[in-house]
Ligand binder design. Structure first.
Ligand code: ZN
Length: 340
């Protein structure tokens, strides 16, 4: 038996055809089982992954990152009733070999919001207690407003990249990509005591050899002698090719998957080149939900600023926001849609 109150109707924003602006539709409220939570959505990120989901015409509401209040639960999650929680994009079985190794995207039973189930661009969304982070106890008040939604995906994704890279004090990290994900990653790496470097836009426009020489000279003159860990956060093939070039010189490369940031690209040419050079690299395709509490703790300690990386839009302005995002606007901040 569900615990709490399931509302009489649920609103979801679904596109009628691919790439169309999602419109409000009513859904029949779901039955809740086991550790499922019904979360009343407070704010939902609307960014690259959401546009990609709309392009796929899944018939589901897009939305893979939100913050909201648990209003009903399955019978195994009653302790979460009434709590404010983060809702991330991914649920997995939690028990298979892939899950036990922390590779949730390889789980055969995984479910992605917006693809396999209605996402967070809705009045309510279903998630599972196992993959949810509650913003109470020591995390109470770390992100009291809609900016908390980016803790469910982008901020934890950046933390996952840094964690997978094993970044520690006195290491140098080199960040490519000028978006919010790169900015979050730089702050998180700095919180681990690492040195932070970027390739400038001017350097990224140089031919490969000149790019490498320029970045190397700049870092060495600052006393960074390497090896350096290279992070590519745009998910775009052209930037990946440059990241591969830089990493070939100095070791390790960490790449965000296109699916995590909503890009569709052809990585084969760059991959073939990397294989020829015996480069090893690690990909990060989704935020690891178990790292959300540590990500939130950085916010609590003032080492990660999320409020400055968000611009809020009421759901009534969704159509305008959708058009503007398609036109390439709002690259400086993440768009967060407030649902109520
Ligand atoms: Zn699994």
């Amino acid at each position: 038996m569900p615990v709490g109150t399931v509302p009489s109707r649920i609103l979801t924003w679904v596109a009628s055809s691919d790439s169309a602006t999602p419109k409000c539709h009513e859904r029949i409220p779901p039955e809740l089982h086991g550790d499922e939570l019904l979360v009343e959505v407070e704010a939902s990120v609307f960014a690259g992954p959401e546009l990609h989901c709309l392009d796929l015409a899944t018939g589901r509401a897009p939305g893979g990152a939100a913050v909201g209040l648990v209003v009903a639960t399955g019978d195994a999650a009653g302790d979460y009733l009434g709590r404010r929680v983060l809702v991330g994009p991914l649920s997995a079985c939690g028990e298979c070999d892939s899950c036990l190794r922390g590779r949730l995207m390889s789980c055969a039973s995984k479910s992605l919001l917006g693809i396999d189930a209605d996402g967070t661009l809705a009045s309510h969304v279903v998630t599972r207690r196992r993959w949810t982070c509650a913003l109470d106890g020591p995390l109470l008040g770390v992100a009291p407003g809609p900016e908390a939604a980016i803790l469910a995906r982008e901020a934890t994704l950046a933390y996952t990249m840094v964690a997978k890279a094993g970044v520690g004090p006195s290491e140098t990290t080199l960040w490519l990509g000028e978006g919010v994900l790169s900015s979050l990653g730089r702050e998180i790496a700095a919180s681990k005591g690492a040195s932070i470097a970027c390739a400038t836009a001017e350097e990224m426009a140089l031919p490969d050899e000149e790019l490498v020489a320029s970045v190397k000279a700049r870092l060495r003159s600052a006393g960074n002698m390497g090896p350096w860990k290279v992070f590519e956060t745009s998910g775009r093939d052209a930037a990946r090719a440059r990241a591969l070039t830089l990493a070939l010189q100095w070791g390790q490369l960490f790449l965000v998957a296109g699916s995590a940031v909503g890009t569709v690209d052809d990585f084969q040419a760059s991959l073939a080149f990397a294989l020829d050079q015996e480069l090893s690299f690690i990909s990060v395709a989704a935020p690891m939900p178990d790292l959300s509490p540590e990500t939130c703790a950085l916010v609590a300690r003032g080492e990660l600023d999320i409020a400055s990386k968000v611009r809020c839009h009421p759901v009534e302005a969704l159509e305008t926001l959708h058009v503007e995002l398609r036109a390439g606007r709002h690259r400086d901040k993440l768009a967060v849609v407030t649902m109520r």
